[in-house]
Every structure is written in structure tokens, then in C-alpha cells.
Design a protein around this ligand. Structure first.
Ligand SMILES: [Fe+2]
Ligand SMILES: [Fe+2]
Length: 286
């Protein structure tokens, strides 16, 4: 990287990340203990959403392989490890759900057969990448937002659902998500030191961002998850923290993300009663 930085920031040590990249340790989980503690229906429903989105990473990667992301050696190396770790998150949740007596079953639509809207989105992403040499800036920003949303969602799940094995698994997975977030965030921060790059990235996020899983899981499931994890005052505060962290990126100081999405879709009194439906642009990336 040769961009001039306007303020010091800790570097992301890619070599150390690659050296430490490994699958979440499934052998260390006490699977037999899971059925001994009831898991609320809401938590099972949330985990089904999360399991599907984690397992969808390979499809996100398919879209990314058609972009400049693979021309940047650091990004390409990161993505290889990222896919590996995310895949194991999906496997871990599938196994947890099975042990809890709620196996995921067969997916209604084969994962590789995406709806038209998602295919058009992937083609549009490839076109933006072709036309814009700094495409990775928006990719890194997008990744930072979605990793931070994911890890915050997992922290909220740990707070609202008291289950010893779930807590153990969440703690392990949150560690991975934190490392993913750190990579994306630092990359975004460096790339957007150039104001013109930050301006374009901001326009794309303002126009196309929607919470992770949008367009992959049904809208009703997304609304349920948002209400369950971010609906009350503590959930709201967590969503605001995600937004505030992203607002520290260059050019993103006024960006409207999770909280504003929740105001539009769930109401702003924290009750989870929708004030307005629709408006989701169906873009998700993890
Ligand atoms: Fe994950
Ligand atoms: Fe992640």
C-alpha cells in the first residue's frame, strides 16, 4: 500500500491472520449437552437464518471472483481463508440445530440457483468493478459493515438466549468474525484516504446497502431477526454502535445504516411494530 495516511492506525497483519486461520474447533464443543437445555423457538429461528447466511458465503465469493478483488493479492489471500472459516460457521450451526432437535433439512431452492435479482446484482457488481479501478474500496466497506453486523448480532443472541453450549460456540465464532471485520475495516480505511474514492464508495453504499442476508433469506425472516436481536433498547444501542463505528470511516460520517433501516422497517419505538414495509433493495453480502 502506498497511500498516504492522514492519521496513524494499527496495521492488519495478514501473515498472522493466514497463519491462525482455521476451522472453528467442532471437536471441542459439547454437542451431547445441547438437548439438556431448552433452546427457545425464536433462537432456533434466528440460528436457521444465520446458518443459511454463513453457508451462502461460497455464493458471495462466486460474485466476487468476477471482480478486481482477485487481482489484489492481499484481498485474494484473505478471501480464501474467509470462505474456509465462514463455511465452518455454517457447519457448526447446522450441527447445533440438529442436536437441538431442529435440523435444517433441505433448502427450498438449491443454493447455486439464485433468484434473478441476485444474478443481476452480481452482474452489476462485476460491471462496477470493471469500470472503477478502486472497486475494492466499496467491497471492503461492504464487508466491514456486514461482518460488524454479524458479530454484533451474535453478541445479541448470546445476550437474549441463555444456553451454555450456544454461548461457547458463539464466543468462538465471534472471534473469527472480529478478525474478519478488522481486515475489512482497515482495508476500507486505507483505501478511502483518497476523498474521491470515499465519495464513490459512499454513493454505492447509500444506494445499494441492505442488511446482511437481504434477498437470500425471505424478508419476513429478516424482519423477525432484526426485531428479535435489535428491537429492544439494548438491541437498538447495539445497532447504533455498528453505525457509529462505520461512520468513523473516511467520508462515511453521516451514513445511515442499521438504525435507519430499522426505523423504516420496524418502527422507531423499539417495539418492533413495523411502520412501513418494503424499500429493501435486496443486497446482501457477508
Ligand atoms: Fe461467519
Ligand atoms: Fe465473517
Amino acid at each position: 500500500m502506498s497511500y498516504e495516511l492522514t492519521r496513524p492506525m494499527p496495521a492488519f497483519d495478514l501473515d498472522s491472520f493466514v497463519g491462525r486461520s482455521r476451522a472453528v474447533d467442532l471437536a471441542a464443543i459439547d454437542w451431547a449437552e445441547i438437548p439438556r437445555h431448552p433452546v427457545p423457538t425464536e433462537a432456533l429461528r434466528a440460528l436457521r437464518y444465520m446458518q443459511d447466511i454463513e453457508s451462502h458465503t461460497i455464493i458471495y465469493l462466486r460474485a466476487l471472483l468476477a471482480t478486481r478483488a482477485i487481482d489484489d493479492p492481499d484481498v485474494a489471500t484473505f478471501l480464501a481463508c474467509w470462505l474456509y472459516e465462514e463455511t465452518f460457521h455454517g457447519l457448526a450451526w447446522a450441527r447445533f440445530l440438529e442436536a437441538a432437535g431442529a435440523p435444517i433439512g433441505t433448502r427450498a431452492r438449491p443454493r447455486g440457483q439464485e433468484p434473478w435479482a441476485k444474478r443481476i446484482e452480481a452482474a452489476a457488481t462485476a460491471m462496477v468493478s470493471k469500470a472503477w479501478p478502486d472497486f475494492c474500496a466499496v467491497h471492503m466497506t461492504w464487508g466491514a459493515i456486514n461482518e460488524l453486523t454479524t458479530l454484533t448480532g451474535y453478541r445479541r443472541l448470546a445476550a437474549v438466549c441463555d444456553h451454555p453450549v450456544l454461548a461457547d460456540l458463539l464466543e468462538r465464532i465471534i472471534l473469527d468474525e472480529s478478525r474478519h471485520f478488522f481486515f475489512y475495516y482497515r482495508q476500507a480505511e486505507i483505501r478511502m484516504q483518497r476523498p474521491r474514492v470515499a465519495r464513490v464508495a459512499r454513493i454505492l453504499v447509500d444506494r445499494f446497502w441492505a442488511p446482511v442476508g437481504s434477498g437470500v433469506q425471505p424478508d419476513g425472516e429478516l424482519l423477525f431477526l432484526a426485531t428479535y436481536l435489535f428491537g429492544g433498547p439494548e438491541g437498538r444501542a447495539s445497532a447504533r454502535k455498528v453505525d457509529d463505528t462505520i461512520r468513523r470511516l473516511p467520508g462515511f460520517d453521516t451514513v445511515q445504516l442499521l438504525e435507519s433501516w430499522m426505523d423504516r422497517h420496524l418502527g422507531n419505538d423499539g417495539s418492533g411494530s413495523p411502520v412501513q414495509q418494503g424499500g429493501s433493495n435486496g443486497h446482501g453480502n457477508h
